[in-house]
Design a protein around this ligand. Structure first.
Ligand code: SF4
Ligand code: SF4
Length: 229
């Protein structure tokens, strides 16, 4: 079995719903720029918890979101150890972390969505979220950056949103521009992350960190293809 196959099996045994591989050369910053490959790891979220959301986040969703991030961090840490054992370098990018000195505000050290799209696992929606080919936006992502060579995937080039605007119209912060994603478009052309964050902090800080609303995840119809829905 090749390294990437062994790694994918390990990550799935740890609980990952899906795993993909990408060449991300030129995408990472600083010393991580030497790590030209990415492992994209995802978890499917609970439909029952997301379906409970109406016009505001719920305490259950907030806890679910944090639990998913914790599990993802454990899975990618285990993957990092595997890669190091094979004699290569690896960094587990935190599932949910914004860093003040990153390329822009509200950003982490490496965008999980970039790795997932380059791994051919899905696309980006008008909600600015990663839309998995099967589970839609009802997923959480994490990434491992590495210099261990990994296979590259075929890229999804286009949004599948077409004329749908459900998330744009439902966003209470009016943070979504309604533009359709295509490869190379910037996050700011789709989403105003400050408007989203400010709205959440102002209205829902009592629920938690004030950064998870869930409306633009819950309302999106692009999921459930595995059930034929
Ligand atoms: S999380 Fe909520 S406030 Fe932020 S973009 Fe989505 S729907 Fe709008
Ligand atoms: S709700 Fe509609 S417009 Fe928004 S991401 Fe989903 S499919 Fe695209």
């Amino acid at each position: 079995m090749q390294n990437h196959e062994e790694l994918a099996r390990l990550l799935k045994d740890m609980g990952a719903t899906f795993v993909g591989f990408a060449n991300v050369e030129g995408k990472a910053e600083g010393s991580f720029s030497k790590l030209h490959f990415a492992v994209s790891v995802g978890l499917r979220l609970s439909d029952a918890i997301l379906d409970e959301i109406s016009d505001k986040p719920t305490f259950t969703y907030f806890h679910h979101y944090r639990s998913a991030n914790t599990l993802l961090d454990q899975i990618t840490f285990r993957g990092l150890l595997f890669i190091q054992q094979k004699g290569f370098n690896a960094v587990a990018v935190p599932a949910s972390q914004t860093v003040n000195d990153a390329a822009g505000p509200y950003m982490g050290i490496f965008p999980h969505k970039t790795a997932a799209v380059l791994a051919g696992l899905g696309r980006i929606g008008k909600n600015g979220l990663f839309i998995h080919d099967v589970y839609g936006p009802r997923v959480r992502l994490a990434t491992i950056l590495t210099d261990m060579e990994l296979p590259s995937a075929e890229l999804v080039q286009k949004s599948g949103c077409l004329s749908c605007r459900r998330c744009v119209d439902a966003c209470p912060a009016m943070a979504l521009t309604g533009r359709e994603w295509k490869a190379g478009i910037t996050r700011e052309e789709l989403v105003d992350p400050k408007a989203c964050s400010d709205y959440m902090i102002k209205n829902f800080k009592y629920i938690g960190r004030g950064s998870v609303c869930g409306i633009c995840v819950k309302i999106c119809p692009a999921y459930g293809k595995q059930n034929g829905t």
